[in-house]
Design a binder for this molecule. Structure first.
Ligand code: UDP
Length: 241
């Protein structure tokens, strides 16, 4: 597998073309941003944690929950071979416990358990600040079809069920998370899980102490950011990292 030119550089990852037209290499950086790029910084070692954790979770989701993903092969501690997809321009957010923008928008205290898991869609647009949209907006604007959205919704709740259990066994509450899907170019545009699942994109709270073990420590200037990412690595992999 040969790494060719860089196609794209995002806030946390770079994407490279390869000699396989159906595969890309993603490279995870230590750069961190928050509040739509307003706050910038570095979290040392973050790229390694996010790469390894995301790959592990995607493999588990494929094998144990039947979710198709973009994961192909981990190439190094920061680089992974993934299927080439066209990203569906939606951030799909699932919430089990009120926090962040949900608490702010609806006036529900952070930490309030939700009576059912909820799903939200945001249209991916930095200029617009990722506005929340409903299924009618999405279909009306052509961002995805009803069929794709039904598949995305079904996969998303299955992913939540699986991950909630996975993290509960490790003493971690899965408060909320964001995922993205792509259309698998080599497979008729079939919808598959893409992007990443990591402390950048999930809220993780220690089940006993409710200590935050995710990017909120960076967003809210709480300190102990690197330590929280390392702790999540230990919770996921145990001592055999
Ligand atoms: N999230 C994300 N990227 C975004 C926005 C949110 O990964 O651009 C994740 C975030 O880490 C959290 C969940 O989605 O786990 C819900 O985030 P929320 O809507 O509460 O927004 P925030 O408070 O992070 O701005």
């Amino acid at each position: 597998m040969e790494k060719l030119e860089q196609l794209y550089e995002g806030k946390a990852k770079k994407v490279y073309r390869t000699d396989d037209e159906n595969a890309y290499i993603v490279s995870y950086k230590d750069d961190a941003t928050a509040f739509n790029g307003l706050k910038k910084g570095t979290i040392s070692g973050k790229g390694v944690v996010n790469n390894r954790m995301s790959n592990y979770l995607m493999q588990k989701l494929e094998a144990e929950a039947g979710i198709p993903t973009h994961y192909i092969k981990e190439l190094s501690e920061r680089e992974t071979l993934v299927k080439k997809v066209e990203i569906v321009p939606l951030e799909v957010i699932v919430r089990n416990i009120a926090a962040g923008s949900f608490s702010k928008r609806f006036g529900v205290a952070e930490g309030t358990p939700l009576l059912i898991p909820t799903i939200e869609f945001c249209y991916k647009s930095d200029e617009l600040g990722d506005p929340m949209v409903n299924d009618y907006h999405i279909i009306a604007c052509g961002w995805s079809t009803r069929e794709e959205l039904d598949t995305i919704t079904d996969y998303t709740f299955r992913i939540n069920d699986y991950l909630k259990g996975f993290f509960a066994e490790r003493g971690v509450e899965l408060v909320d998370f964001k995922i993205e899907f792509g259309r698998d170019a080599a497979n008729g545009g079939k919808v598959i899980l893409a992007d990443e699942i990591s402390p950048d994109t999930c809220r993780f709270w220690d089940a006993k102490t409710h200590e935050k073990l995710d990017k909120d420590r960076f967003r809210r200037e709480m300190g102990g950011v690197e330590e929280a990412y390392e702790e999540m690595m230990r919770r996921v992999f145990g001592d055999n990292k």
